[in-house]
Design a protein. Structure first.
Length: 273
């Protein structure tokens, strides 16, 4: 299993879990920073590396009127400030080739959204920056087909690559996680992450917005860690009911530490520590 360098962190290589976490999208800058600060403190107590996550733009919305975030320029300014304040690596989504260059100046881990994982120019361009790249497996993709996505990025010579499982489309407005995905994608020798919150999303389930079932996050996260994942992705919030995007599937910050404590214990058993 390859190691991946993300800013000042090195993860993967069969080591313990790491966490990508933060609000779905940048909301109020101070609240966004507060969420990141609390998540970092929790990870320090639990003893796992932390990478801050928030999107500067959520391009894939159910409704035209849905909140998308502050946009590229202002969003990157806010993320740069959070990175300086927290002294942790930053991950955020990119949606077009025009966003790659400016985003790479601030972001340590460029993330490709699931619906865009087959966009050759986007994944190749992200990898060409030399920054670490995390590609979310499309809800329509078989896990074995993600090897083709890795090959596109490997053409650039970049080996700082990761894949994320976030569920398969299962009928209308529903997703299901196939636990076979984790060993299948780990055979490609790159770290595999489980997106525990988007996997309980009900896309478009609320009509003009997505719904979700956060009560199942702990169950799926425990199962994924028991299956041998390398890292976890969770969207967290101090009050998901007030969140401007993806609130129904986000984890309460107050619940994060106890969940991570369980997951670290499971991971140590699985990895023989």
């Amino acid at each position: 299993m390859k190691e991946v360098t993300i800013g000042n962190l090195t993860v993967g290589g069969g080591k313990g879990l790491f966490l990508l976490a933060g609000p779905c999208v940048i909301e109020d800058p101070e609240r966004t920073l507060m969420i990141g600060r609390r998540a970092k403190e929790i990870c320090q107590r639990v003893g796992i590396p932390y990478i801050f996550k928030a999107s500067f733009d959520k391009a894939n919305r159910s409704s035209y009127s849905s909140f998308r975030g502050p946009g590229l320029e202002e969003g990157l300014r806010i993320l740069a400030h959070i990175k300086q304040e927290l002294q942790v690596p930053i991950v955020s989504d990119i949606h077009s080739i025009e966003q790659i260059e400016p985003a790479a100046e601030v972001i340590d881990l460029l993330q490709i959204p699931a619906f865009l994982c087959r966009q050759t120019d986007l994944v190749y361009g992200a990898a060409k920056t030399g920054k670490a790249v995390n590609v979310k497996k499309g809800q329509f993709m078989a896990p074995k087909d993600m090897e083709n996505v890795l090959h596109k990025m490997q053409e650039t010579g970049n080996e700082n690559l990761m894949l994320t499982e976030r569920g398969f489309s299962f009928g209308y407005n529903n997703l299901v996680v196939d636990m076979r995905s984790f060993p299948i994608m780990r055979r490609f020798d790159y770290p595999v992450i489980f997106d525990a919150t988007h996997s309980v999303q009900l896309p478009g389930g609320a009509g003009t917005s997505s719904s979700g079932q956060r009560e199942f996050v702990p169950n799926l996260a425990r199962a994924a860690v028991a299956s041998g994942v390398d890292g976890l992705f969770m969207e967290v919030h101090d009050n998901p009911e007030e969140a401007l995007s993806d609130g129904p599937n986000m984890v309460y910050l107050d619940d994060l530490e106890s969940l991570l404590t369980d997951l670290v214990a499971i991971d140590k058993i699985v990895k023989g520590e």
